[in-house]
Design a protein around this ligand. Sequence first.
Ligand code: URA
Length: 230
Amino acid sequence: MRLDRLIALRGPFNRQQARLVLAQGRVLVNGQVCREPAHEVSAFDRAEVDEHLLQAGEPARYYMLHKPTGCVSATSDPRHRTVLDLLAPEHRLGLHLAGRLDYHTTGLLILTNDGQWSRRLTQPGSQQHKRYRVYTEQPIGEHYAEVFAQGLYFAYEGLTTQPATLVRLGSHMAELSLVEGRYHQVKRMFGHFQNRVTGLHRLSMGPLLLDPALQPGQYRALTAEEIEQI
Ligand code: URA
């Protein structure tokens, strides 16, 4: 919300007084003087006027999880184990998923309480590449790569998929890089060739690579450097 609104809402000031204390340089955001009434403050910012604390700023938290097969990418589910169940109870609070993986898909999943940050990672316009290792029932044809690069028409959404890059690694194994994440996208792309995906594993999202030290079901906090890359 705007800084002047926060001051009027949480401090002993009306909107007019809020502008005055701002102009007088009495407002600190994360320890720095801020005089801009329209400055946007998030839940993670500390804001104070003189000695009056408007909000302490909750800590932003970011985790990468090696999702195992057999759990749902949701924060709650009446029937199945969720990815949140894999985190220690004290780490779960307020987290959401930055992108989902299907029940049987394994690999990199990001969880955070920072919505602005996760939107930068997942929104379709952000052009962050997601790389997958794909295993198929039938041999992967040489011609798939060109079809994926041109895009496939998804009738349900009425759209053509963005160009994707396919590299064959074996007769039944490939690496696929996408910049979007439509519902069951990888399975539907191979489904175009009546070729069933038998295994799917996400290796990376943009600059974030699944840490090879993480076993399925394990997670760790992102480093400051990883957070800043998004
Ligand atoms: N595409 C799929 O079909 N499934 C996933 O889990 C991720 C991408």
